[in-house]
Design a protein around this ligand. Structure first.
Ligand SMILES: Nc1nc2c(ncn2[C@@H]2O[C@H](COP(=O)(O)OP(=O)(O)OP(=O)(O)O)[C@@H](O)[C@H]2O)c(=O)[nH]1
Ligand SMILES: [Mg+2]
Length: 177
């Protein structure tokens, strides 16, 4: 079966590269300020005999690109035809982060929501209910603390499910060259 391509997308500074490194064993630059990842990076992950290509995208607040980095992220999500997008969110700032999620959902690409930084959210007294979001949006939603490796196993199980699902022909967008 053909390789699958999975894109990690989300707002700046939410832990995309931290998750990318944990999944692929690579060493992408991470740090506590937005805008670190400026070009898309690629890594490999093998799950249940399937080769997954993981793409770490620059952070973006929306699919209407305002900067070259946002344009890279937007173009890959809309035109790169990933088999799925793993949308990484800061669980402590869900409302702001969900703006991009709604836009990615509208593209029709299969999506998993990762509510990252749950350690920070919990320390602030926030209660996270992934099952409520999952029911409302109709997509898998999991919690994670990527810097501690929490939630990685569940994400890999979801990726394995996607890898087992026959790939559907995705329609190209009219805005793609
Ligand atoms: N407390 C906590 N910190 C985290 C978690 N995941 C990542 N971080 C930290 O958050 C900061 C940002 O992580 P990155 O992985 O660089 O974030 P990014 O989304 O790739 O950022 P850009 O490339 O700038 O868009 C780093 O200091 C990470 O160590 C988490 O689950 N909990
Ligand atoms: Mg990054």
């Amino acid at each position: 079966m053909a390789d699958l391509t999975i894109a990690l997308a989300g707002n700046p500074n939410v832990g995309k590269s931290t998750l990318f490194n944990a999944l692929t064993g690579r060493h992408q630059h991470v740090g506590n300020w937005p805008g670190k990842t400026v070009a898309k990076q690629e890594g490999k992950l093998m799950i249940e005999g399937k080769h997954l290509t993981i793409i770490d995208l620059p952070g973006t607040y929306s699919l209407s690109a305002h900067s070259p980095e946002e344009e890279i992220a937007r173009n890959f999500i809309v035109c790169g035809r990933p088999d799925a997008v793993v949308n990484v969110l800061d669980a402590a700032n869900l409302e702001r982060n969900l703006y991009l999620s709604a836009q990615i959902l509208e593209t029709g690409v299969p999506m998993i929501l990762v509510l990252n930084m749950t350690d920070v959210a919990t320390a602030r007294g926030l209660q996270i209910h992934p099952e409520v979001l999952s029911t409302r949006l109709g997509i898998p939603v999991i919690t994670m603390a990527a810097s501690r490796g929490q939630g990685l196993g569940e994400l890999k199980r979801l990726l394995a499910t996607i890898a087992r699902t026959p790939r559907e022909a995705m329609l190209g967008s009219s805005v793609c060259a």
